[in-house]
Design a protein around this ligand. Sequence first.
Ligand code: NAI
Ligand code: MG
Length: 352
Amino acid sequence: NSYSIAVVPGDGIGPEVMDGALKVLAAAEKTFGISLEYHHYAAGAQHYLTTGELWNRDLEQQLRTHDAVLFGAMGDPLVQPGILERGFILAMRQAFEQAVNLRPVKLYPGVATPIAGLTPERCDLVIVRENTEGAYVGQGSTIHANTPNTVAVQESVNTRAGIERVVEYSFKLAMSRRRKLTLCHKKNILIEAGKLWQEVVDAVSARYPEVQVDYVHVDAMCFHLPIAPEKFDVVVTDNLFGDIITDLGAVIQGGLGVAASGNLNLDGSAPSMFEAIHGSAPDIAGKGWANPVGAILSAAMMLAHLGEKTAAQAIEAAAVNVLKDLPELAGPGMGMTTNEVAAAISSQIRAD
Ligand code: NAI
Ligand code: MG
């Protein structure tokens, strides 16, 4: 129960919500007799603008020595979009083989959702997004650039091994939940990739006879997810579809302030990384209005992944208690500052 954690606060509200998460983790350490040793790393837009450094071998080797990476957010209007996403976040996911992007979509009591009539009982699912392949491999080419005949080809790479590990993980997860797994793809159009995904799901499914399996096209998913999230328990999908439907999931569960995520390395070969799904929010940075709950729930996911399930559940329960009393989830209407929300959650952590 002693862990070494790499802390990468990043830019904008990243460091603000990270402070909140560390405060809550400190309370959990005390209550549950866990010991977390932190190592802070400078990275992100500010660091890039002053040093020119992105993801690199040195940093990779240092981060590798830790049990997990806790990540804030990266991005700044002064840095061209894409540089940090590809140059740091994607680089880490690939270098550390963080095969699964885990995104719980849970509507907590008292949290306002734009979906009329939706209740927490009906909204408790997990999206498992393949995190290293698909359209995100960065392969493709442009023919006849800068002419009227330009053709841009962007490839999506899907390997049996890559699909197998996330599908296997998804079935295990379904076994610990309501035993239902939905493959989300577009197999009627993306024939080659869709066939392989379905083939792997069918093969793995033979080893999990208790898990009920179905299939939903990604466009239909955008229809079903907001209206009837109770249809889903574990949804497994590829990198690009996962990126899109997890944002839809975040809307349904009440917005960027509450959504958490884990980038999981499944074979223990490198650390997993945990982050709120929001960005650096330069529009509200420095105001003290950032909601730290997404970062706090991501820290709880980190503890669960490290094996500290009781502590993780206690943080989630405490966050739920505080969330239900927040009039709004962002901005001055939240009624509490980032630090006050974190302090309130810390004080609600109970051992029972
Ligand atoms: P964003 O998530 O930073 O902000 C979108 C909107 O939501 C803003 O109005 C912001 O104020 C609000 N918001 C976000 N998180 C909030 C929180 N915890 N509490 C209250 N309000 C919150 O997305 P945006 O504006 O598109 O991107 C800003 C920068 O962040 C860009 O540089 C982008 O590339 C980067 N980004 C980084 C991500 C990461 O580090 N994983 C993910 C998404 C964006
Ligand atoms: Mg996204």
